[in-house]
Design a protein around this ligand. Structure first.
Ligand code: AMP
Ligand code: ZN
Length: 112
């Protein structure tokens, strides 16, 4: 997807604060953070969302990113949240699969 901003960020075509990356996924800071730690984990290949034909290797690469992000940011013991919005009603604004990793403060009790 040549016009997808997250494809470009994940593959280093646009500079960003890369927190961690592996062969298949990347983790960079959200541009409008909602918590002291707000990192986006995205696959390097384009998928619209988590139901868009994502293979197990890619999912595992994303899980590796989460593990590394929470350790690097020091929130692995205090608690954190991982969420993904799918579709307009859920608030998805960027149509490239991304997991929000949120932490570093007491998070809202409400998920919806
Ligand atoms: P969502 O609403 O779940 O689609 O989340 C999209 C997220 O991407 C929002 O939290 C935005 O702040 C974030 N975002 C949008 N553009 C950029 C960008 N260029 N770099 C980093 N984060 C971005
Ligand atoms: Zn993309």
């Amino acid at each position: 997807m040549s016009d997808c901003i997250f494809c470009k960020l994940a593959n280093g075509e646009i500079p960003t604060t890369m927190v961690y990356q592996n062969e298949f996924a990347a983790a960079f800071n959200d541009a409008s953070p909602l918590a002291p730690v707000h990192v986006l984990v995205v696959p390097k290949n384009h998928h619209d969302n988590m139901l868009d034909g994502v293979d197990a290797q890619t999912f595992m690469a994303m899980v590796d990113c989460v593990e590394q992000v929470v350790e690097l940011t020091g929130i692995q013991n205090s608690g954190f949240r991982v969420l993904t919005n799918v579709g307009a009603d859920a608030g998805q604004t960027v149509n490239h699969l991304h997991w929000h990793v949120l932490g570093g403060k007491r998070l809202s009790d409400s998920l919806a």
